[in-house]
Design a protein around this ligand. Structure first.
Ligand code: CP
Length: 322
């Protein structure tokens, strides 16, 4: 595979292979000198048309730790503000010799568009496109779950039978979609919970149970709860009456955390709206993995860049490092 555009494209052995390479990268990231020569001479461009903290800096750290040359492009301050198109921007990247392009864009399908045209011949990694997909977030979520549940015995394992509940603004969430496809491929059982106004149209055909009551879902028992950010920037209508009511019905606070049980993992892709979808008590609890997810994001993105731009292509993953 030349590109990583969607977790729907990954079969179980490819996904497990990627997570195993991320284990190797995790070991590198625990060394004093966090550096491999693997992508020396390769150029990675981070092409961000939408704001980002975690994804942008972790892709930059990942590429640099693999010794690639890194160029960071943000739409603000570039010729995009003068009206330059994605095509002309892409052809500019070709002219400077990009081997990999990591793209975040507000339009669904932007990464696919870049990969499927002849505008560039670089590998394309989708770092989030509209409300469609965020595949590296799903990979780091899967890596974090596997690591917490299986520790040093993680290598080679999928997530068979792990019960995952994803809560909140499902409709605007590319993370919910990528998590659903990947975690299901890995053998997990995924459920969604959220207000009916924030559940996508056509969800009946997706492999997921949907709860319209958070407390009923908690009573059903889950190993992992992924709280989603309310994406106010994508909301042009009123999707819930007040933020207080949202927190009362859909927020994760101390009482719900206790009912989940202390063995349940609490995840959030960030950035968090503390006090809205998650309380500080829950976000800072021992069962929360928020900071681990960020740290694991570097290892997972190193694994993706290594697999796409190194000597082995994605799908030829053998878990070993050159
Ligand atoms: N989780 C995530 O994509 O965070 P950023 O928007 O900060 O990259």
């Amino acid at each position: 595979m030349k590109h990583l555009l969607s977790t729907r494209d990954l079969d179980q052995s490819t996904a497990v292979g990627l997570l195993d390479i991320a284990e190797d990268m995790d070991a590198v990231n625990r060394r004093e000198i966090k550096k491999l020569p693997t992508l020396r001479g390769r150029t990675v461009v981070n092409l961000f048309y939408e704001n980002s903290t975690r994804t942008r800096i972790s892709f930059e750290a990942a590429a640099k730790r693999l010794s690639a040359d890194v160029i960071n492009f943000t739409a603000k301050g570039s010729s995009v503000t003068k009206g330059e198109s994605l095509k002309d921007t892409a052809q500019t990247l070709t002219a400077i010799g990009a081997d990999g392009v990591v793209i975040r864009h507000s339009a669904d399908g932007a990464a696919h568009r870049l990969a499927q045209t002849d505008w560039i011949d670089a590998s394309v990694v989708n770092a989030g496109d509209g409300t469609h997909e965020h595949p590296t977030q799903a990979l780091l979520d899967a890596f974090t779950i596997r690591k917490r549940l299986h520790g040093d015995a993680s290598r080679g394992r999928a997530l068979d039978g792990v019960r995952v509940l994803i809560v909140g603004d499902i409709d605007h969430s590319r993370v919910a979609r990528s998590d659903l496809w990947l975690l299901t491929t890995l053998g997990a059982e995924v459920a969604f919970a959220g207000p009916p106004t924030l559940i996508p149209f056509g969800i009946d055909s997706w492999p997921v149970r949907v709860y319209d009551d958070f407390d009923e879902a908690i009573a059903a028992g889950f190993d992992v709860v992924i709280m989603l950010r309310i994406q106010l920037e994508r909301m042009h209508d009123a999707f819930f009456p007040t933020s207080e009511e949202y927190t009362r019905l859909w927020g994760l606070g101390e009482q719900r955390l206790r009912r989940l049980g202390e063995q349940a993992l609490v995840m959030h892709p960030g950035p968090m709206n503390r006090g809205l979808e998650i309380s500080s008590f829950a976000a800072d609890s021992a069962q929360a993995t928020v900071r681990e997810q960020v740290a694991n994001g570097v290892s997972v993105r190193m694994a993706v860049l290594y697999s796409l731009l190194g000597t082995a292509g994605l799908g030829d993953t053998n878990g070993g490092l050159a």
